[in-house]
Write a protein that binds this ligand. Sequence first.
Ligand code: HEM
Length: 147
Amino acid sequence: QQASGSMQAMQDSSNAKAMAASAPRDPALKPYFADFGGKAGLKALMEDFMANLMADPRTQPFFAHVDRTRIKHELVDQFCVILDGPCTYTGASMAQAHRGLGIKRADFNALVEDLQKAMNKHNIPFRAQNKLLAKLAPMHRDIVTKQ
Ligand code: HEM
């Protein structure tokens, strides 16, 4: 009884960690939320980001048959939380969301390029871009599952 209780506690705490890892809020990034144009800016950014992903033959196959409207919504909330905006991320952990997709490091890099292209189009200052990218980069550990 005691053992199963503490096992449950361990699972709860590792779930909480997985959730946090998918959208780590960083108060130090708050100044950059405005550079992204707030939540409205993030919504506009995600339209172009997803358009880039669909126009890119390297990433298109991954997104062709999923609910892109829902993913854009989750991405807005996730980036908003990372930038310490007034949002809550309710999507899956990065490990859960990308499990079984067979994403390689090259696919990950392609997605980052498509994001950078979208951020440039939206005139997001490079410093703000780099602050966000620094938070996304370590997520490769949960997202890249194939050599
Ligand atoms: C730092 C990089 C990435 C971030 C921050 C990210 C973020 C997200 C988020 C927030 C979701 C929605 C989670 C949910 O379902 O609740 C998602 C889903 C998804 N992501 Fe990523 N992602 C990243 C990299 C990638 C890469 C490299 C690919 C493929 C090239 C990819 C393909 C997908 C697909 C196909 C889904 C939908 C899965 C499904 O609905 O079954 N992601 N991602």
